[in-house]
Design a protein around this ligand. Structure first.
Ligand code: AMP
Length: 221
């Protein structure tokens, strides 16, 4: 069963995806990661994307869809997690058509419901390994790296994301409320939506997601 995660910024989509990848062999397709890869290339496109992301705005549907399509085609025969797309109703429609075109019909949508204060704390405390991408959080005891600023797994430097500032977080959250949250109604209407309360420990969120994947009707609210 393929998974589409929809959530406010810093809700823990990445952490959950990592767990699903290591336990169930999912492929993790994060549109935010695809964009950050493009930025690393320092191409003209990458520079334009960097400006947009740093302001907390959404990249155009055309750019992100093009990047996504290339990846989706490659992993269509594997189990995948789509993290960060769709982010508006237009993208939900585009995705529906893309899935039809590529022949993907087996998926569920999981909405991680998180309060703004907690999401902000998770964003402002987040540090990510510049090499392997492992994420830590300096505000939560269970998620701190052993050594300040150093990745436990590979020993490389931990960095803050350029869009994890208070100002940009607020903008991203507003954008989420305004343009992304209507997507929930879209998936509810076609019976694909599962809602998970993500205001709890990530290990508990993971257990609930596992139950949903087993086909159980879960409501942890
Ligand atoms: P994320 O890693 O999912 O938090 O995404 C980081 C940033 O990448 C977002 O704040 C947007 O600027 C951009 N982004 C990611 N996915 C999309 C998308 N589907 N459409 C437009 N912009 C996106």
């Amino acid at each position: 069963m393929n998974i589409i995660f929809i959530a406010p910024p810093a809700a823990g989509k990445g952490t959950l995806s990592d767990k699903l990848v290591s336990k169930y062999n999912y492929k993790h397709l994060s549109t935010g990661d695809l964009l950050r890869e493009e930025i690393k290339k320092q191409s003209d496109l990458g520079k334009r994307i960097d400006e947009i992301i740093s302001k907390g705005e959404l990249v155009s549907d055309e750019i992100i869809t093009e990047l996504l399509k290339n990846e989706l085609v490659q992993i269509k025969d594997e189990k995948f997690i789509l993290d960060g797309y769709p982010r508006n109703i237009a993208q939900a429609e585009i995705l529906k058509n893309l899935f039809e075109e590529i022949g993907i019909n087996n998926y569920i949508v999981i909405y991680l419901d998180l309060e703004k204060e907690l999401a902000m704390k998770r964003a402002l405390g987040r540090v990510v390994c510049s090499k392997c991408g492992t994420s830590y959080n300096t505000y939560f005891k269970n998620f701190m790296p052993e050594k300040d600023g150093i990745c436990d797994k590979c020993g490389n430097q931990l960095k803050r994301r350029s869009d994890d500032t208070e100002e940009t977080f607020n903008k991203r959250f507003d954008t989420y409320l305004e343009v992304t949250s209507p997507v929930l109604e879209y998936y509810k209407k076609i019976n694909k939506l599962n809602i998970v309360d993500a205001n709890v420990e990530s290990a508990d969120v993971f257990k609930i997601v596992e139950q949903i994947l087993e086909g159980k009707n879960v409501d942890n609210k």
